[in-house]
Design a protein around this ligand. Structure first.
Ligand code: HEC
Length: 535
């Protein structure tokens, strides 16, 4: 065994030489020496300096690295991968309309493409730098020279390796000596034994073995069965003296572990939950009839309790006579067969219905006609997607769109004034947030809808026409609620539109509706004769 040890063999053989190393006191002499060595044709050279020396690469004749080129290739690979992946996923494998966007590669694919470009490039530059520098390198023959320690302090070293194809021991020595170095030494082989000391080796083997134990235990557990109780490493963490929220307790007289709110508490965000201005309905009316305002938070849809008799007013035999796209594409949106009319009085313990919401026109007659903006003047009947004859007022029958009708004590009167400023604000916000789907005139024919229809995608739910009876008869509070909470397939806009702007939109929507459904009574008396003349 022992004769294989490098220590023994080194004693007989003289250590190998790896080239020459010259020491300089400043970088100017290092640079001029480097240029001389480079001009003599040596390429296997290296310089060691205590700080980066400008121009040393050029002086040593180091060629520019190919790393940037590798990074470029990796970046392009990343970009191509991301684009192909998205094209395959959304354009071929799983076609699904998202906001009416076209399939395949779109501007929406750019973020992912960008991210993969960066990811691939970063990994390539990091790992490529290591590979090209042949790192990590734990030992270098230049370390054997004790003078070399000053390379990190105040000395500059130039090394010519014996691996160079023009290397000749004597001529390199002469060449370096002619550059007037502080010292000139031959770099000798590192004769310290390369093998790890035995204790370290043993320790490492022990660690590796110990590292396998958890894996072995887990494998054993997964393969076998045990009737023993689980090990409790921290016993007092597993078994704490505590009560969970729904458990009973003897600490309080009412036996409830979960304590009710102290009277008068208003938690963060709850202040607005009490105000009709932020809700579109009046929660006080709900608690006044039931004494339980918390019901409102559980469910806002009126559902009959199980086993209740069918509603007295029969719903239409076919609840969804219109819009076949909806009924076929989204069965989960179908109303249950026993869906009651919204006016059905609720049973005990159910959501209370206050007086049925009567559709009231809230835009004052004298403001509405003059305030109606001139823009939305598209042909009305051609694009109206709602059925020509809605069987009954939307409030009284199961809605055709399949979403359960809400019956809450809606705000009936706009809480903001119908001024021109509010109308303008409403028009601006409507055209920003709603027109893309509902169209500028509110007929549900916005660009997103047109695009989705042209793609013939079965999952698309058409935006409701705001002139449909279902929407026209809604109190202002309900439209406000639709914008705030969303409705069916329409998302909530509460985060992007402030409550005041939402009311302004409602004002504008009401004006739009009035513009398509006005009677002679809406025209001021003194102007009616003008209309007659114009006929
Ligand atoms: C991304 C498209 C889209 C946008 C934008 C949009 N809606 Fe809708 N809206 C819909 C769809 C789809 C429905 C039908 C929902 C259903 O029945 O599932 C709908 C339904 C409605 C309804 C009828 C609700 C009911 O009771 O049936 C109203 C009112 C309405 N939207 C108003 C608005 C207003 C106001 C805005 C602007 C703040 C707006 N929508 C923005 C898609 C949209």
């Amino acid at each position: 065994m022992s004769e294989h040890k490098p220590r023994k063999s080194n004693e007989s053989k003289p250590p190998k030489a790896f080239g020459w190393m010259a020491e300089y006191v400043d970088e100017a002499s290092l640079l001029s020496a480097s240029r001389k060595v480079r001009d003599s044709g040596y390429t296997k050279t290296d310089a060691f300096t205590p700080f980066p020396v400008h121009g040393i690469d050029e002086a040593l004749g180091i060629k520019p690295t190919i790393l940037p080129f590798l990074v470029l290739c990796a970046g392009l690979t990343g970009m191509t991968t991301a684009l192909l992946m998205q094209w395959w996923m959304n354009g071929v494998d799983y076609k699904y309309i998202i906001s009416g966007k076209p399939f395949g590669i779109t501007p929406a694919s750019i973020p992912v493409a960008f991210e993969l470009t960066i990811l691939f490039s970063a990994f390539t530059s990091f790992l490529g730098m290591f590979a090209l520098n042949q790192l990590p390198k734990f030992s270098n023959p230049v370390f054997t020279n004790p003078k070399f320690d000053r390379a990190t302090n105040d000395r500059f070293f130039l090394y010519v390796s014996s691996a160079d194809k023009y290397y000749n021991r004597e001529s390199v020595k002469d060449l370096l000596a002619a550059t007037h170095p502080e010292s000139l030494d031959e770099v000798m082989e590192d004769t310290t034994p390369a093998a790890l000391p035995r204790p370290i080796l043993l320790g490492a083997m022990l660690l590796v073995f110990a590292g396998l134990i958890p894996g072995a235990i887990i494998l054993n557990m997964r393969a076998g069965f045990s009737n023993l109780p689980r090990l409790h490493v921290f016993f007092d963490m597993d078994f704490q003296p505590k009560k969970k929220s729904q458990q009973q307790t003897t600490v309080f007289a009412d036996g409830r572990t979960m304590r009710p709110q102290v009277a008068g508490t208003i938690a963060r965000g709850q202040l607005e939950e009490q105000d009709p201005f932020y809700l579109g309905f009046d929660p006080a009316k709900i608690s006044a009839t039931t004494g339980r305002s918390d019901l409102m938070l559980v469910s806002t849809a009126v559902q009959p309790p199980e086993g209740e008799p069918a509603p007295a007013e029969p719903a239409p035999a076919e609840p969804a006579p219109a819009e076949p796209v909806k009924t076929e594409g989204t069965p989960e949106n179908q109303p249950p067969a026993e869906q009651p009319p919204a006016e059905q009085p609720p049973a005990e313990g159910e959501m209370p219905a206050t007086e049925p919401a009567t559709p009231t026109e809230t835009v004052p007659a004298e403001t509405a006609p003059s305030q109606i903006p001139a823009t939305p003047l598209e042909p009305a009947k051609a694009v109206e997607p709602a059925p020509a004859a809605v069987p009954a007022p939307a409030q009284a029958a199961a809605p055709a769109s399949g979403t359960p009708a809400l019956n809450l004590p809606w705000v009936e009167k706009l809480p903001i004034e119908a001024t021109e400023a509010h109308m303008k604000l409403g028009k601006l916000k409507y055209e920003t947030y709603c027109s893309a789907c509902h169209g500028y005139a509110g007929f549900g024919d916005g660009l997103v809808h047109k695009r989705a229809e042209s793609l013939l995608q079965p999952t698309w739910i058409p935006p409701t026409s705001l002139h449909a009876d279902r929407v026209r008869t809604q109190p202002v509070g309900q439209i406000f609620h639709t914008i705030t909470k969303g409705q069916g397939k329409m998302a909530s806009y509460a985060t992007s539109i402030t409550p005041k702007e939402r009311w302004a939109i409602v004002l504008y929507v009401k004006a739009l509706q009035r513009s398509r459904n006005a009677s002679i009574e809406d025209v001021p008396v003194e102007d009616r004769s003008k209309l007659e003349e114009a006929k």
